[in-house]
Write a protein that binds this ligand. Structure first.
Ligand code: HEM
Length: 373
């Protein structure tokens, strides 16, 4: 799993001389732009070249992103994930998050095509559509978007627009564990939630209760108008009830059965633990890793939003060539197709630093760097 120099076999450096064009297979790539508008009988549309190259550039980057996601899933599929592998996974996720802004900003380039220029060749593309981007579907599935969570269009899903080969490949992608699934298993294995007679959930539950009781007491003694106080007290009850559900196995399972949650209770506690105690050295990398997942989710949502905006500019409220409602379908997916929302949502349960329960010495020591000279 690591790429340490020690593990390299020197014979791997024996190779035949490479030539730039051949190594990059430029003959294949640079001859893969076929403008349908220039076929006999059609009217050549200058901007079709930009349209093709932009899509191809996206597909190349999708390939790289999928490659990195696959590597991260591989790392977290191990039964025991060494710290240095967590760091490597962070490294790959960070790379994806540096690619995503490039993908988002590429819409600026395609927008140099005017809506009128697009109309000149749009009809030649029917019924091809971004719906049929297999790599995009593999990415969504690989991250952890499940069929049941997908927004449909006219009672259909994207599968209805794929040919058999792509349908099989999309189906195959669902047979592998997703990034979300392997992350949940890894979080569930985190060994720091219990230590001798310390239980993180109990310790937190107690301080949270004390914290809200102190808030209630302060409000009851305040001179503010009674209805305003009542409103705030109701709000505290509501927030505390949210906390209760996080620590009450029955309530938590009920929410999971409704399909609202994908993280198990233990995995959620692990995320909260990492967020609260992130300054301990051993939790730094896990914290950064979770932050990368949140960023990836945000970047995907921004990509979807930016694509939807561009679509609105290009085709207004026309339906898509793939048969969806177009802009209104796409804008809906920007929020609904997020995968790691429960990780970002853990911020709802963060408490001020002075209330965070102190960790017992033995546990705190485990989370620090220890070395003997
Ligand atoms: C003039 C430019 C573009 C227009 C007008 C356009 C339009 C659309 C429309 C209307 C849809 C919804 C499906 C449908 O009914 O066809 C769609 C989906 C999609 N498009 Fe585009 N698109 C454009 C450029 C791009 C580019 C450059 C990419 C980059 C790969 C892309 C990737 C996708 C993907 C992946 C979907 C599926 C999204 C989903 O189902 O969540 N599109 N596009």
């Amino acid at each position: 799993m690591t790429d340490s120099p020690d593990s390299k076999n020197t014979s791997a450096f024996k190779h035949k001389d490479q030539y730039y064009r051949d190594y990059l297979q430029l003959d294949t790539i640079l001859n893969a732009q076929h403008m349908v508008s220039s076929e006999p009988g059609n009217i050549e549309a200058h901007d079709e070249m930009l349209f093709i190259i932009t899509h191809q550039a996206y597909e190349l980057w999708f390939k790289q992103v999928l490659f990195e996601v696959g590597a991260v899933i591989g790392i977290f599929s191990q039964e025991n994930v060494a710290e240095k592998d967590v760091a490597l996974a962070h490294h790959y996720l960070n790379r994806i998050n540096r690619i995503m802004p490039v993908l988002i900003s590429q819409f600026d380039i395609i927008e140099t095509m005017t809506p009128g220029a697009f109309t000149d060749f749009r009809s030649y593309l029917n019924p091809a559509s971004g719906f049929q981007s297999l790599q995009f579907r593999q990415l969504e599935i690989g991250l952890g978007l499940r069929a049941a969570e997908r927004r449909e269009f006219g009672g259909q899903t994207f599968h209805s627009r794929l040919d058999q080969r792509d349908r099989d490949a999309a189906h195959k992608a669902t047979e592998h564990a997703s990034l979300l699934e392997v992350m949940i298993k890894w979080l569930e294995r985190m060994p720091f939630l219990e230590h001798k007679d310390f239980t993180f959930s109990e310790a937190l539950k107690n301080v949270v209760h004390e914290m809200y009781e102190a808030d209630r007491e302060r409000l009851r003694n305040s001179d503010s108008p009674a209805d305003g106080i009542q409103q705030q007290l109701d709000q505290i009850d509501k927030t505390e009830a949210g906390f209760d559900a996080l620590f009450d196995a029955e309530k938590f399972e009920a929410l999971r059965r409704e399909g609202n949650l994908r993280l198990s209770m233990r995995a959620s506690h692990a995320v909260l633990f990492i967020f609260l105690y992130k300054d301990y050295p051993l939790l730094q990398i896990p914290y950064r890793l979770l932050t990368q997942l949140i960023e990836l989710d945000e970047n995907m949502a921004i990509w979807r939003f930016r694509h939807a905006q561009m679509v609105s500019r290009m085709i207004g409220s026309k339906i898509g060539t793939g048969g969806s409602s177009g802009h209104s379908y796409l804008i809906m997916t920007a929020d609904k197709h997020r995968v790691f929302t429960e990780i970002s949502n853990i911020s709802s349960y963060l408490i001020p630093g002075q209330f965070i329960p102190a960790l017992p010495d033995g546990l705190a020591k485990k989370l620090e760097f220890n070395f003997e000279s």
